[in-house]
Every structure is written in C-alpha cells, then in structure tokens.
Design a protein around this ligand. Structure first.
Ligand SMILES: NC(=O)c1ccc[n+]([C@@H]2O[C@H](COP(=O)([O-])OP(=O)(O)OC[C@H]3O[C@@H](n4cnc5c(N)ncnc54)[C@H](OP(=O)(O)O)[C@@H]3O)[C@@H](O)[C@H]2O)c1
Length: 279
C-alpha cells in the first residue's frame, strides 16, 4: 500500500513517517509541495497515485492566523478540499486532522463530535471550513480532531516548559484553560492501528485524544516533574488566561470526548499522563 503523507517536517507528519515504515510511504514536505498551490497538490496526487492520503500539514500558528486569514483558509480549507476530491476521484481513503479550536469552550463537560461548533478565531474557523468542505465532497474521508499536540520536535508547550525550567527560577502557567494533551507519538500509534480498520468504520469526524484532561498548569507541572527533577515544583504558579494575553482568543474548555473513535476502531487508550511518560 502506497501512503502519501504531507507536512512531514511537522509534529504529527514526522511521527507518522516514523511508524508507517511497513508501507510504501511518500513523504512530502512544504519544499516538495506547497499547499497554497492547488495545481501542485493535484499534480502530486496524480503522479504518485497513492492508495491512501494522510494530511497532517496545516497552517498551525493560531495567533498569526488572525492577520493571515486568506493564507490560513487556503492551507486549512481549500487544500484539504482538493485532497478529498482527488481521493474520491481515485476511490481511496483520505485521513485529515482537525482541532479542538472548532469549539468556543463554553460547554460544561467534554465535547463530542456532533456538538455545536463556534470557533473563536481565524485558525479554528479555517480548520472548521476544511472539515465542512471535506464532508461536502464525501467519499472515504476520516477527520481526526485532536488537541494540545506536543512532541520532542519543533516548538510546542512540552519543549517550552522544558526550556523554561532550565532558564527560570519560577514559571507562571494558565490554569483556567482545560483540554487534553496529546503527543504526536500517540496520534501516530493510533493512526497506525486505524489504517487496516478503515473500511470497518463509516467515514466522519472522530476525536483522537488520550483519556483524561487537565489545565495547562497541571500539564506544565507533570512535564517538569518528569523532565527536570531539580526544578522546585512549588515555583510553578497558576495564572488566569486573561493574565497571559494573546492575539487570538482560545477556548477555556476544549476537552474532547474520545468514546466514538474507541468504539468505531476497537481501540483502547491510556490517559495523557501515561502517554507523556512514553515521551
Ligand atoms: N499543534 C497542535 O497543538 C494541534 C492541536 C489540534 C489540532 N492540530 C492539528 O493537527 C495537525 C498536525 O499538527 P502539527 O502539530 O503536526 O502541526 P505542525 O507541527 O505545525 O506541522 C504542520 C506542518 O504543515 C506544514 N505546512 C504549513 N504550511 C504549509 C504549506 N503551505 N505547504 C506545505 N506544508 C505546509 C509545515 O511545514 P514547515 O515545517 O515547512 O513549516 C509543518 O511541517 C494539523 O491539522 C493541526 O491543525 C494541531
């Protein structure tokens, strides 16, 4: 089976290439195919003739998206729409990733796949448009919403906390935003298990996160305890999101419920703390 994977310099793309070695993987980064160029996407799919397309590439800078809406929509909505169309044309499955930021965070409790979406910023709106376009196209399209992605590569919350714990004596972290930390390794491991089972489940949207949830503050404490035992854990202070201003608004609650994916693909997940230990 020939699998075309985009965004392979990114967290999820890189992890997917790492676990899908038993397949013929065509790894495509921005230099090989810039997703702002729809002709290039079409040419790439036509020439490689993959049996499965996986699209972890995305415009992921939540704050910059506020100033670059056109670019964000092109990469997060127009590009996956075309991939979905090509996948339908070739009658092959398409795996796409989306985000907890499609929700406004006002719900009490966790979000299930069918819950009302209402993105607070341009990034979330562009990802939601991507989901809607893909679903309009139809075909065998599987959209996996995930959240708070971290990994050993690139810049993310995990690497930032490790660095700050080396550089600072005290760290302030937002404690009133809650969600589910999800490692790229966890995502890749589940996709690896899902690929052979794709035809067992109806296409649609699935929440791909481990069990449990926490605040950024709790996540920071867990990261630092595990990676820098010398740092005084009492010097991590909780602050409110409003004390850490950012250009884009973020949902206060973005806990994704993962019951549907576990049932559809017969998967068992561990909690986010166990997944962090594996990193
Ligand atoms: N990160 C999170 O916290 C988070 C949370 C929820 C959902 N998600 C979703 O999960 C998926 C994977 O995210 P991630 O964390 O792996 O993102 P990431 O580390 O930022 O990687 C995204 C990749 O997309 C590539 N890319 C961006 N613009 C491109 C373009 N014009 N043409 C081709 N490639 C382009 C980037 O290329 P360069 O390396 O060249 O920049 C990068 O390799 C995305 O769909 C994202 O929306 C992420």
């Amino acid at each position: 089976m020939k699998i075309l994977i985009t965004g392979t310099n990114g967290q999820v793309g890189h992890a997917l290439v790492g676990v899908l070695g038993k397949y013929e993987v065509i790894s495509v980064n921005r230099q090989q195919c810039d997703l702002i160029n729809l002709d290039q996407i079409e040419y790439m799919i036509d020439s490689y003739q993959p049996d499965l397309i996986i699209n972890p590439a995305a415009y992921t800078n939540v704050d910059s998206a506020e100033d670059e809406a056109e670019l964000a929509f092109r990469i997060n909505a127009d590009a996956p729409k075309l991939m979905a169309k090509k996948a339908r044309e070739y009658n092959i499955p398409f795996i796409h990733f989306s985000t907890d930021f499609v929700f406004d965070g006002k719900k009490k409790g966790s979000y299930s796949e069918g819950d009302f979406t209402n993105p607070l910023g341009v990034y979330g709106a562009s990802k939601l448009a991507g989901e809607e376009f893909i679903q309009e196209v139809g075909g065998q399209a599987y959209i996996f919403r995930t959240s708070w992605v971290y990994s050993k590569i690139g810049s993310n919350f995990y690497s930032t906390m490790m660095r700050l714990s080396q550089e600072k004596n005290e760290i302030k972290v937002v404690s009133d935003q809650i969600g589910v930390p999800t490692s790229s390794v966890f995502i890749a491991a589940q996709i690896q298990k899902i690929i052979p089972k794709l035809n067992q489940a109806q296409p649609g949207i699935f929440h791909l996160v481990p069990n449990g949830n926490c605040s950024w503050y709790e996540f920071a404490k867990e990261i630092i305890v595990k990676t820098n035992p010398v740092f005084d854990i009492n010097k991590i202070y909780p602050i409110k999101a409003e004390q850490y201003p950012s250009k884009a608004k973020r949902p206060l609650n973005s806990i994704l419920e993962n019951i549907r994916i576990k049932k559809a693909f017969m998967l068992e997940f561990e909690d986010w703390q166990s997944e962090l230990k594996k990193i």
